[in-house]
Ligand binder design. Structure first.
Ligand code: UDX
Length: 454
C-alpha cells in the first residue's frame, strides 16, 4: 500500500544500483532488476560493480538485513513492487546526437507485460522531453488494460563520488505526475528521504509538476552546469591572449552570490557520462521540437570545451620547443607523462574523459605517452589500449620530457615537485586543472603552464 510502497529499480548500472541500495538503507523493501546476469550476481554477492565511496558497505548491510534483493526476472519484479523506477542507460545514439531509448523501451515493455495489479512506473533516466508520454503509450499497449497502471517522472541529480549523499540528502526532489494517486505514491516512496531530513533539522524542497517540466529539469540543470564550466574556460581563452589569470578572475566574480564560486574551475573541461552527451541530446531534441535556435549556444559550449583539449597540445608543443605544421605539432621523439585518466578525481570513470582524449592527441602527434591514474587504469586501458600505462606516478614521470596533470587527484596535487624533478628528463609541467601550487613547482625548477594563466 501507499504507507511503505515496495520499490523496484530497473537497470542496476550506476544510477539504479545506487538508488536501490540507498532506498533499502532508508528502510524500504527494494528489488533491483537487470538483464545482465553477471551484474546481478555481483550485486547479490555484495560487490558493487563500479567505484562509489560508501556504497559497498551499504550494499552488504542491506543485503544482510533482507531489505534488498536482486533479480533478472521481469515477472518477479512485476509481482514485487508497487513503484517501478526506470533507471536504464540512455546513451548517445550511434547515428547522431540524440538519445538512444531502446533500453527504456525494453525495460518498460518487459515489465508491463507481467504486471498483475495497479502500479506506478517512474522514469528516472535522463531522456528527451516527451519520453514520459511515450512510456504511457507503451504501457497502454503492453500492460493489461484493466489494471490502471500509471506513469510519473522523477529526475535524479547524482554526482559521481557523492552519489550516496545525493540520494540520501538531495537538495531537492522533483516529481512530474498526472494524478493525486501518483503524487501520493511518489511522496510515500520518498518519505524516507523527508524523514531523514527532519531528524537532521533540514528540509528537502519538493517540486510537484507536469511531465514535460520534470523531464526538462534534469537536462536544464546539466546544460547550466556545462555552460558555467565553458564560460570560465572561454574566459581562460581570453586570459591566455590578454595575459590575465583566470583563477583570480573566477575567484573575483565568484564572490557575487548571484554568480557563485562553484563550477568555475577552468581547465581541460568537462567530461563524464552525463554532461557531454546530455547537452548534445538536449540540442537534438530542441531541434526536433522546433526550438533549435534556443539551444544553439550549447553548440558553442561544446566547442569551447573541446578546444581546451587542443590547447593542451599547443602548450605541450610550446614547452617542448616544437613547431606546429598544418597537421598540428610534431612531438615525435618526446616522452610525455599524463597524470590522470578519469574524467574527475575520486572516480574510476573514463567516459568522455578530457584527460584520455588529450593523451590520445599527444600520442597522435607522435609523443611517447605514459599514463598513470590512481583508480582508472583498468577502464583507461580498455578505452585506449594503444597508450602505455604505468603502475605509479613515479614510473610515469621517470624519463619524461613533459608532465601533464589532467585530473586533479589529491596524489598529484600533493606530489613533491623536487622528488619528481629528479625522475623527469625535463622539468616541464602542464597543469591542466590549475590544481598545482605553481610557486612550489617553479621554485623546484619546473617550467610551469596552467590553463588561462600567464
Ligand atoms: C554531473 C552533474 O554534476 C550531476 O548533477 C548530474 O546528475 C550528472 O552530471 P558528474 O558527471 O558526476 O555529474 O560530474 P561533475 O562533478 O559534475 O563534473 C563533470 C565534469 O566537469 C568533470 O569532468 C569535471 O572535471 C568538470 N568540471 C567541473 C570542470 O571542469 N570545472 C568545474 O568547475 C567543475
Amino acid at each position: 500500500g501507499a504507507a511503505r510502497p515496495r520499490l523496484a529499480f530497473l537497470g542496476t548500472g550506476y544510477l539504479g544500483a545506487t538508488y536501490a541500495i540507498c532506498f533499502a538503507e532508508l528502510g524500504y523493501e527494494v528489488l533491483g532488476f537487470d538483464v545482465d546476469e553477471a551484474k546481478i550476481a555481483k550485486l547479490a554477492g555484495g560487490a558493487v560493480p563500479f567505484h562509489e565511496p560508501g556504497l559497498d558497505e551499504l550494499l552488504r548491510r542491506n543485503l544482510a538485513a533482507g531489505r534488498l534483493r536482486f533479480t533478472t526476472e521481469y515477472k518477479e519484479t512485476a509481482d514485487f513492487a508497487d513503484v517501478h523506477f526506470i533507471c536504464v542507460g540512455t546513451p548517445q545514439r550511434a547515428d547522431g546526437m540524440g538519445a538512444d531509448l531502446s533500453y527504456v523501451e525494453s525495460a518498460v515493455t518487459g515489465l508491463a507485460q507481467h504486471l498483475t495489479r495497479k502500479a506506478l512506473i517512474v522514469g528516472k533516466s535522463t531522456v528527451p522531453v516527451g519520453t514520459a508520454e511515450w512510456i504511457e503509450q507503451l504501457v497502454g499497449k503492453h500492460a493489461p488494460a484493466d489494471l490502471g497502471i500509471e506513469v510519473a517522472w522523477s529526475p535524479e541529480f547524482l554526482q559521481e563520488g557523492f552519489a550516496v549523499e545525493d540520494v540520501l540528502r538531495p537538495n531537492r526532489i522533483v516529481i512530474g505526475v498526472k494524478s493525486d494517486w501518483a503524487n501520493a505514491m511518489l511522496y510515500a516512496s520518498h518519505k524516507g528521504v523527508f524523514d531523514l531530513a527532519a531528524t537532521e533539522d533540514r528540509e528537502v524542497p519538493l517540486v510537484v509538476t507536469d511531465f514535460a517540466t520534470a523531464e526538462l529539469v534534469k537536462v536544464a540543470a546539466n546544460a547550466f552546469l556545462a555552460t558555467k564550466i565553458s564560460f570560465i574556460n572561454a574566459m581562460a581563452e581570453v586570459c591566455e591572449v590578454a595575459g590575465g589569470d583566470v583563477t583570480m578572475l573566477a575567484r573575483s566574480i565568484g564572490y557575487d552570490p548571484r554568480i557563485g564560486n562553484r563550477f568555475l574551475q577552468a581547465g581541460v573541461g568537462f567530461g563524464g557520462g552525463c554532461l557531454p552527451k546530455d547537452i548534445r541530446a538536449f540540442q537534438a531534441r530542441a531541434q526536433e521540437l522546433g526550438a533549435g535556435e534556443a539551444l544553439r549556444f550549447l553548440h558553442e559550449v561544446d566547442l569551447i570545451n573541446l578546444r581546451r583539449r587542443t590547447r593542451v597540445l599547443q602548450l605541450a608543443a610550446e614547452l617542448l620547443g616544437r613547431r606546429s605544421g598544418p597537421a598540428g605539432p610534431d612531438l615525435s621523439g618526446t616522452r610525455v607523462a599524463v597524470l590522470g585518466a578519469t574524467f574527475k578525481p575520486n572516480s574510476d570513470d573514463v567516459r568522455d574523459a578530457p584527460s584520455l582524449a588529450v593523451a590520445a592527441l599527444l600520442a597522435k602527434a607522435g609523443a611517447d605517452v605514459h599514463v598513470y591514474d590512481p583508480e582508472g587504469m583498468e577502464n583507461a586501458r580498455a578505452a585506449q589500449p594503444d597508450l602505455t600505462y604505468e603502475p605509479s606516478m613515479n614510473d610515469a614521470v621517470r624519463g619524461a620530457d613533459l608532465v601533464c596533470v589532467l585530473t586533479e587527484w589529491a596524489d598529484f596535487r600533493n606530489a613533491d615537485p623536487v622528488a619528481l624533478g629528479e625522475l623527469a628528463a625535463g622539468r616541464r609541467v602542464i597543469d591542466g586543472r590549475n590544481c598545482l601550487d605553481s610557486a612550489l613547482w617553479t621554485h623546484a625548477g619546473w617550467e610551469y603552464r596552467g590553463m588561462g594563466r600567464p
